[in-house]
Design a protein around this ligand. Structure first.
Ligand SMILES: [Zn+2]
Length: 475
């Protein structure tokens, strides 16, 4: 004899839950609807980009961006909004750089100069005030440089011209294959007595924009630090062709950039305190600083405003998080990562249990999905949610990199994730003067914010499961 009463009882409970709460499909639909009809991300980005502009660490604009985003977060009625102090490096570009290629007079041909587009790399020293002029040697790899050695390099300018590989589908992978020329090119070239470094811009497009970005001298003594600059891809092609025809050409460049003393700045943080597990933290963020050439709309104004909108969209969609959800707008990702390091340092000091961190720092383009830096077991939890994102054409769920600013939080006890937008156009704009507001599409930006909010909603509702290594939390 089967007892039906327990089954009827359970069914009644299930039906009552169903009638009181929405399904995940319905909640996520509501999040996307809110973002696409009532989103704030684009308006915020308009202000950051067009009213404030480029936000290099330590600049007045960076401080304006701190004040503006704090004020906007305060308007959202979050439980807490605060500034987290952090000392940041201050590098200034100075007067606009100037460069030309010079050919020698030969026979009937007179000497000729052709001006080219360059910009100093972030962290570089200046040239002497009159600029430097020297013969120039093209290489594609550090091995090639080493093979040429001091004999061929001493007293010359090294021109790194390894392009990003166009056949790679992920442009980030193509970037990864080239960026050591920019970051370590000066250190390597100075080993052989080079007097300066010119690096092909990290872009897949042929155009006239030089792309800046961080470089490092490591622990090189001051007298060994040689100026380094990026050259536009069009001018890199020109320079390479001219060198092929005539090795005796010289290159002139002048830049007046400077590293000043560190200055006080801030991470901007807002929080919705969790209703059931307030001491479990989930964060979402992007970086508030940017390079100075453009207005930093894609890198990373987009990530900043999307992250702000995550907390607003949760509220607008009537979601009351069980866990504490924070938006963190990190300062100084581009040339120091001081904000990301400071946030993790303070979290550790306070013993805050961070279980999930999501970063958006790959541009404001159409979202494709996420990459996850976590255990296989935690990744399986995420894969179960994949069908919920299908209606929004979000399909990319892979293990991989989370992001630079959330990286310092990494332990076995936290799941890290990065939003992965379409990457095809990102490096057309990255760190260049055409990283500007008009290149961000409103709907693409809003779809990204909704995609991020949906993932935060799911992690908050179900918790990070299985619970990551508790031992790591205590360490
Ligand atoms: Zn960035």
């Amino acid at each position: 004899m089967i007892h039906l009463r327990p089954f009827i009882f359970i069914l009644a409970i299930l039906l009552s839950i169903q009638s009181n709460s929405q399904t995940d499909e319905q909640v996520i639909r509501e999040i996307y609807t809110q973002s696409l009809t009532n989103g704030k991300s684009y308006d915020w980005l308009n202000h950051l980009s067009n009213q404030i502009g480029g936000r290099l660490s330590g600049s007045l604009n960076a401080e304006k961006a701190v004040a503006y985003t704090k004020e906007e977060l305060e308007k959202l009625g979050l439980d807490k909004v605060w500034l987290q102090p952090v000392m940041v490096p201050k590098w200034v570009r100075g007067a606009k750089e100037y460069a030309y290629i010079e050919t020698k007079s030969k026979g009937f041909e007179t000497a000729k100069t052709t001006t080219v587009n360059i910009c100093a790399l972030g962290g570089s020293v200046a040239t002497n005030p009159l600029g430097i002029k020297a013969n120039i040697v093209e290489v594609k790899t550090f091995e090639e440089l080493k093979a040429l050695g001091e004999e061929k390099i001493k007293g010359k300018i090294v021109f790194y011209n390894r392009p990003m590989q166009p056949e790679l589908i992920s442009t980030f992978e193509a970037y990864g294959g080239c960026v050591n020329q920019r970051y370590s090119g000066a250190v390597e070239a100075s080993k052989y007595g080079a007097v300066g470094v010119i690096v092909r811009s990290m872009s897949l497009r042929l155009d006239d924009y030089p792309h800046t970005g961080a470089m490092s001298y490591g622990d090189l003594p001051n007298e060994k630090r040689i100026p380094s600059a990026a050259i536009s891809t069009n001018d890199a092609e020109l320079l390479s062709t001219m060198l092929e025809l005539d090795k005796s050409i010289s290159f002139y460049f002048k830049q007046s950039c400077k590293q000043l003393k560190d200055v006080l700045s801030y991470n901007v943080i807002g929080e919705i305190t969790g209703s059931e597990f307030p001491s479990e933290y989930m964060i979402v963020g992007g970086h508030l600083d940017s390079w100075d050439l453009g207005d930093g709309s894609h890198d990373d104004g987009a990530g900043v405003v999307q992250s702000m909108d995550v907390l607003r969209l949760l509220k607008e969609s009537g979601i009351k998080p069980k866990r504490s959800i924070r938006v963190v707008l990190f300062m100084n990702e581009e040339n120091g990562l001081r904000g990301g390091n400071k946030y993790a340092e303070v979290a550790k000091q306070k013993g805050e249990n961070h279980v999930f961190a999501l970063e958006s720092d790959s541009g404001g383009f159409t979202p494709r999905g996420f990459s996850f830096d976590c255990s296989d077991a935690n990744f399986n939890q995420v894969l179960n949610w994949k069908p919920l994102f299908k209606p929004y054409l979000i399909h990319y769920f892979e293990k991989g990199y989370g992001g630079a600013d959330i990286g310092p939080l990494k332990t076995d006890a936290v799941v890290l994730a990065g939003l992965r937008p379409d990457s095809q156009r990102y490096f057309d704009h990255h760190h260049a003067s055409n990283d500007t507001f008009e290149h961000v599409n409103k709907r693409e930006l809003e779809l990204g914010a909704a995609t991020m909010t949906s993932l935060i909603y799911l992690f908050d509702k179900y918790g990070v499961n299985p619970i990551p290594n508790q031992k790591a939390i205590k360490n």
